[in-house]
Design a protein around this ligand. Structure first.
Ligand code: NAD
Length: 258
């Protein structure tokens, strides 16, 4: 059970990318538990359908759509389908992302740079471009874009990933400024080390790998996807009504001393 029932999204419609795994799945479930109708979007169908089953088991309305967030047409089609099915758009969590293999700036291949900027950063521009007009039609809304601790501090051998996430942080702030007076709030969320399949790939999934990465967390543990989900719901709820243009770290103090 997540902390989601503390929030009430009854009658609201949420859109979540990267919903087939990790943080995106936990957040889609949290929105559904809080009463929202949810569109879940992902490029990987097995995970997407697993999330769909978990939401359907709650008895909540769900629309599962294959969507490559690097493709403007895919995003527009998913949002159009959301309006066709649910009639409005209130909250968006633009979260799909990929990791970057560790490499110095010299060794980072052009192909990997293009890929990480496209999936992690360009996608957020494309999502907001298509979401904001729909939220304006719905009378306002809230957007949370997944940045990272790597969107706040520089990390050696992660220049492409850091550039993508610093970009997400600043794009969120600019969008917040542009739409603050039209009832749309936009925030960046910067998770620390969260126990998801992405981190399992990063650590090799071994106990030694996990222990090494946990050392970076002053709280002595990884975060849980459900803790990030609860933060997203807070930012999208009326409780977060005066928060916009903010980059919120939820990271067990990982970046506090830097
Ligand atoms: P994850 O790998 O478990 O999930 C990411 C999801 O994004 C997957 O389902 C994947 O299929 C999807 N995806 C990838 N490329 C896509 C594309 N082109 N179109 C649509 N979907 C695509 O990872 P996660 O840990 O849940 O990460 C979610 C977000 O959080 C990412 O943006 C990541 O950079 C960020 N983040 C994660 C951590 C962490 O420690 N896990 C920390 C900070 C930030």
């Amino acid at each position: 059970m997540t902390q989601a029932p503390r929030f009430d999204f009854s009658g609201k419609v949420a859109f979540v990318t990267g919903a087939g795994s990790g943080i995106g799945r936990a957040t889609a479930l949290a929105f559904a538990e809080a009463g929202a109708a949810v569109t879940i979007a992902d490029i990987a169908l097995p995970g997407l359908h697993e999330t769909e089953s978990q939401i359907a088991a709650l008895g909540a309305p769900v629309l599962a759509l294959r969507c490559d967030v690097t493709q403007s047409a895919d995003i527009k089609a998913a949002l159009d389908a959301t309006i066709a099915r649910f009639g409005r758009l209130d909250a968006a969590f633009n979260n799909a992302g990929i990791e970057q293999p560790g490499a110095s700036i010299v060794d980072l291949t052009e192909e990997m740079l293009d890929r990480v900027l496209s999936v992690n950063l360009k996608s957020v521009f494309l999502c907001m471009k298509h979401q904001i007009p729909l939220m304006l039609q719905s009378g306002g809304g809230a957007i949370v874009n997944t940045s990272s601790g790597a969107g706040v501090i520089a990390i050696r051998n992660q220049s492409g990933y850091c550039a993508s996430k610093f970009g997400v942080t600043v794009a969120s702030k600019v969008a917040a400024l542009e739409y603050a007076d039209q009832g749309i709030r936009v925030n960046a969320l910067c998770p620390g080390i969260i126990d998801t399949p992405m981190i399992a790939r990063y650590t090799g999934g071994t106990e030694a790998g996990r222990a090494a990465i946990i050392k970076q967390e002053p709280v002595g543990r990884m975060g849980r996807p459900e803790e990030i989900a609860a933060t997203v719901l807070f930012l999208c709820s009326d409780m977060g009504g005066f928060i916009t243009g903010h980059a919120l770290v939820a990271d067990g103090a990982q970046t506090a001393g830097i």
